[in-house]
Design a protein around this ligand. Structure first.
Ligand SMILES: *Cc1c(COP(=O)(O)O)cnc(C)c1O
Length: 217
């Protein structure tokens, strides 16, 4: 099942779009099946679960932390995490930079933006982001490679599309104002099982797909 789902997803997703298999709550065996089918990018939203799975699975997996990250937990993922998707405060960025330095590495991160109508979702506003970027040149062990966002959980396609457009516009604005000479600033992480096609149409370069690969949680 899992490998078949991956095969059909890969047919749908353009080559330049990274497929992150969101494996939260799923057992090791499910991740192993995806791994055998060639999947190398996995996403988890809880630090403890991410670390436990990292320890058990092959070391050529790229681990994405896609959920909200508390500063006191950064140290557990800093030695190995491939990409942190949900940076939503300067405080968090400072801690990631510190832990990356301790581990003698540079950690890639995305800035999470609040694009959904619902006010429960985490994320920066443009104003908060600009304050954060003002000081970001002092972060030598962190590399901001793009943006991430989640659309509202609604059926209204136009609304979802508009929220993705908003994130795309934010990306373009940041690129031109702050990252013009930084080719690595190139990632727009948006789109999940229910809306990845819309997200790709609106410029996503990275989709985070869980239930469409592993089944419902
Ligand atoms: C769970 C989760 C996903 C994947 O959701 P599905 O609907 O199962 O594809 C994507 N992004 C984030 C941040 C998540 O927490």
């Amino acid at each position: 099942m899992i490998s078949e789902n991956l095969v059909s997803l890969r047919k749908e997703i353009p080559e330049n779009v990274t497929l992150v298999a969101v494996s939260k709550t799923k057992p090791i065996e499910a991740l192993e099946e995806a791994y055998r089918a060639g999947q190398r990018h996995f996403g988890e939203n809880k630090v403890q679960e991410l670390v436990a799975k990292y320890e058990k699975l092959p070391k050529d997996i790229n681990w994405h932390l896609i959920g909200h990250l508390q500063t006191n937990k950064v140290k557990y993922v800093a030695p190995f995490v491939h990409l942190i998707h949900a940076v939503d405060s300067e405080k968090l960025l400072i801690e990631i930079d510190k832990q990356a330095h301790k581990n003698n590495r540079i950690i890639d991160v995305l800035l999470q933006f609040h694009i959904a109508q619902e006010d429960t979702k985490f994320g920066l506003s443009m104003g908060e982001c600009k304050l954060l970027l003002k000081n970001s040149t002092s972060f030598l062990n962190t590399r901001i490679i793009g943006v991430m966002g989640m659309a509202s959980f609604v059926d209204d396609e136009d609304q979802i599309r508009n929220e993705f457009k908003t994130l795309r516009n934010i990306f373009n604005e940041l690129k031109s104002q702050y990252f013009g000479d930084a080719p690595y600033f190139s990632t727009i992480s948006m789109g999940m099982s229910g809306d990845y096609s819309l997200a790709i149409e609106e410029g996503s370069t990275m989709v985070r797909v869980g239930s469409a690969i592993f089944g419902t949680r």
